[in-house]
Design a protein around this ligand. Structure first.
Ligand SMILES: [Zn+2]
Length: 274
């Protein structure tokens, strides 16, 4: 009989309150049975605020009850590039109204390009990306960017749309230091997910060791991309602590200090008051 692998629990990391998880998909069906437990566990592990990503105006409308009792959850709202073909003017308007009316919506995202799956044609992704960037500019909100196998075009469109030196978070950073420098040169922030803990990701580990501390935030992208030692399992906000510990180690920092600094960066970026 195979021996069950003993994995460290996130509670054992001992991180203090004040951490911010900047990217979670808590309305995913994987959390349908135990969302309250998942949120409570995040708190017990030092996660004080959670950025939940709504993938469109309907999810935003229908998902409100999930978070009614959790004011610590803030929202990021946008149509993902995979759904770009479904971004109608009516849906864009619905998002514009929601963002203008609801202070819990702190950013427009995740928006961008995805050439890995290419569920929507590239020109359609380009148009949907630009339309949502224009909305963010008009409403003066930060943006959260998703880019997969499309970095060159994503950066070109962002510069084209006037996002140099505007508040922008590059979600799920997984590239090398050269690309980090390019993003940093435009004044943007980088969000580090769980795969930084995977043994083979040396280029991103090298980058994370060098990115200026004040541009760094942490995320899970749960239920996807669980960090070690939970790789391959369902990810959840509490697991962000494993990412923090790894990033701190790469930078030669105290984990609690890194945790608090990244939390402060996220609070500043999203304009959170605590
Ligand atoms: Zn996401």
């Amino acid at each position: 009989m195979a021996k069950k692998k003993e994995r460290a629990l996130p509670e054992s990391l001992g991180l203090p309150a004040g951490g911010v998880e900047t990217h979670a998909h808590l309305d995913h069906e994987d959390f349908a049975e135990d969302i309250e437990t998942v949120i409570a566990r995040a708190h017990a592990c030092g996660v004080s605020r959670i950025g939940h990503v709504f993938l469109g105006p309907e999810d935003y409308r229908d998902g409100q009850p999930l978070f009614a009792a959790h004011p610590e959850v803030f929202f990021i709202l946008g149509v993902h590039p995979q759904d770009a073909k479904d971004l109608t003017p009516a849906r864009l308007n619905a998002m514009r109204e929601a963002i203008a009316a609801d202070p819990r919506v702190r950013a427009v995202g995740e928006i961008g390009l995805d050439y890995h799956y290419e569920y929507s044609p590239r020109d359609v992704q380009d148009a949907a990306f630009r339309a949502q960037l224009a909305m963010a500019r008009e409403l003066d909100r930060p943006v959260v960017i998703h880019s997969r196998d499309s970095h060159e075009d994503a950066v070109r469109i962002l510069l084209d749309e006037g996002f140099h030196d505007r508040p922008l978070l590059w979600h799920c950073f997984g590239s090398d230091i050269a690309f980090a420098h390019e993003l940093l040169s435009h004044g943007w922030h980088l969000s580090i997910p769980g795969p930084v803990t995977y043994a083979r990701n040396e280029a991103v580990q090298d980058a994370v060791a060098q990115i200026p501390l004040d541009r760094l935030v942490l995320e899970t992208d749960c239920p996807y991309l669980a960090p070690e030692p939970w790789r391959g399992k369902r990810n959840e906000p509490a697991f962000i602590g494993f990412t923090a510990v790894k990033v701190a180690k790469l930078r030669g920092m105290d984990p609690a200090e890194l945790w608090t600094a990244c939390g402060d960066n996220a609070r500043r970026f999203f304009g959170l008051d605590n």
